[in-house]
Design a protein around this ligand. Structure first.
Ligand SMILES: CC(C)(COP(=O)(O)OP(=O)(O)OC[C@H]1O[C@@H](n2cnc3c(N)ncnc32)[C@H](O)[C@@H]1OP(=O)(O)O)[C@@H](O)C(=O)NCCC(=O)NCCS
Length: 411
């Protein structure tokens, strides 16, 4: 199968149904009726790519503009790349590349300093300059052993769809401002979480419960969306797993109240959640932290710098210093020599003609951008070249951030 006869371009409104079917097939799902209409309510046609074999769409890729929280809490405009899929009959004929490259070019031309995505498989996107930037784990809490140290405060209430939609997005916006690696969420994603819109390939939220945690003044400080598995009767005792679809709060103390609630629902033996941070604060609220198990550690969101000075000038830094680095980027967007000067935690980054302290490929720099990657470890792996003794150690200090990046949103 060759990709040569296949036309790659952005799609029209009339082609959304065929595009949606192509997307479903690429993700190994049988297309369901009505998904095209739902998708046409939110996709940006100028950023929605299709690979057409005649009228059949055999490849899909789309991006949308979002905001990425960077270390220090600033929001940076970002292109979220998603819905990347090629039908099995047309795989490995260069179709994904023919969609990805013009989409990245268009993002760079629009001035989006960074692109982000969540790969289904690790080896796909490094070649386009993406590097792993956040990590995630499965969380499992043994409800029987989960005794919480702080006394309960505030109250948890079950919420109907309307109350959930009125309150949860505001909580999420406060949550994401404090947690680098998170992205802004379009309204339709909230409809999915509220169970009022389809969730192809994702958890079925239509049979989920929603709860809010309110503090003493009645203000919503956190929310949880959860569903219960099949109840098993073991020696006459009911047992069930509570699956957290999403839990977020203003701070770990508010989130702890929601974990407490989940663990105390009658019959619940285990509380499970994905994706959660490997650095989950919950453990510090538990009398026996081994009631909490974090497993299946893996990369989650990958980043790709398109404008190095804009991206690096937007984030904060934990220490001051200066480093000159050469970026190698075969696609060109991030290529060049740059100086990062940090003073009082604020960074200024611009082109430089000074001798470089280190040379770094764009995927490595992009992965380190959110502060969760060790440049020292990457040097040990031969991915960073040092030209001045101690330069990588200094760059490592500069790029690390005390709050590890995490992304709560599948996209
Ligand atoms: C991943 C997928 C979109 C790739 O599409 P494709 O059209 O076959 O990819 P291309 O032919 O453009 O490949 C471009 C390069 O990526 C490599 N590549 C593509 N998919 C890869 C994979 N899964 N693992 C490793 N390398 C991969 C190709 O070998 C090629 O390498 P080269 O540049 O060295 O020649 C397709 O396999 C697919 O739809 N998979 C199932 C759904 C999925 O996982 N989508 C990704 C969601 S994030």
């Amino acid at each position: 199968m060759t990709g040569g006869a296949v036309e790659v371009r952005t799609i029209t409104e009339a082609e959304v149904d065929a595009w949606s079917d192509g997307l479903e097939i690429g993700f190994l799902r049988v297309p369901a009726k009505g998904l095209g209409a739902f998708r046409s309510s939110y996709i940006d046609l100028d950023r929605t790519w299709g690979a057409f074999d005649g009228e059949r769409v055999v490849g899909t890729l789309r991006s949308y503009r979002t905001e990425l929280t960077v270390p220090g809490g600033a929001f940076v405009p970002a292109s979220a790349v998603t819905n990347v899929a090629v039908t099995a009959t047309h795989r490995r004929s260069g179709l994904m590349r023919r969609m990805m490259e013009p989409d990245l070019a268009a993002s760079a031309a629009r001035g989006e300093p960074v692109a982000v995505l969540i790969p289904s498989e690790y080896p796909i996107y490094g070649r386009f300059g993406f590097g792993p930037a956040t990590e995630h784990v499965w969380l499992s809490l043994d409800a029987g052993r989960a005794r919480f140290l702080p006394p309960p405060w505030g109250a948890v209430e079950l919420a109907g769809v309307r109350t959930f939609l009125a309150e949860a997005p505001h909580v999420y916006d406060r949550y994401r401002a404090a947690a680098p690696g998170n992205i802004a969420r379009p309204d339709w994603k909230w409809d999915v979480l509220a169970g009022t819109a389809p969730s192809p390939g994702g958890a079925d939220h239509s049979r989920a419960f929603r709860a809010l945690f309110r503090d003493g003044s009645g203000a919503a400080r956190g929310y949880v969306v959860y569903a219960l598995g099949e109840v098993e009767w073991e020696s006459g005792r009911p047992q069930v797993t509570l699956e957290v679809h999403e839990l977020a709060g203003d701070d770990p103390a508010a989130e702890a109240e929601l974990w407490r609630y989940c663990a105390q629902v009658d019959w619940v033996r285990t509380v499970q959640a994905l994706p959660r941070s490997p650095h989950e604060g919950l453990r510090w609220f538990l009398a026996d932290a081994r009631a909490l198990r974090l497993s299946g550690h893996s990369d989650m969101m990958w980043a790709r710098l398109l404008d190095v000075p804009a991206a690096l000038s937007a984030r904060s830094y934990a220490v001051d210093g200066r480093v000159v680095f050469e970026v190698v980027d075969p696609l060109g967007y991030a290529a060049g020599r740059f100086e990062l000067d940090v003073s009082g935690g604020a960074g200024t980054c611009g082109p430089s003609s000074a001798e470089p302290d280190l040379t770094v490929p764009v995927d490595v720099l992009s992965g380190a951008f959110l502060g969760g990657t060790s440049l020292l470890a990457l040097r040990q792996a031969g991915r960073v070249e040092e030209h001045r003794p101690g330069a990588v150690a200094k760059a490592d200090q500069l790029f690390r951030w005390p709050v590890p990046p995490v992304c709560l949103t599948w996209f």
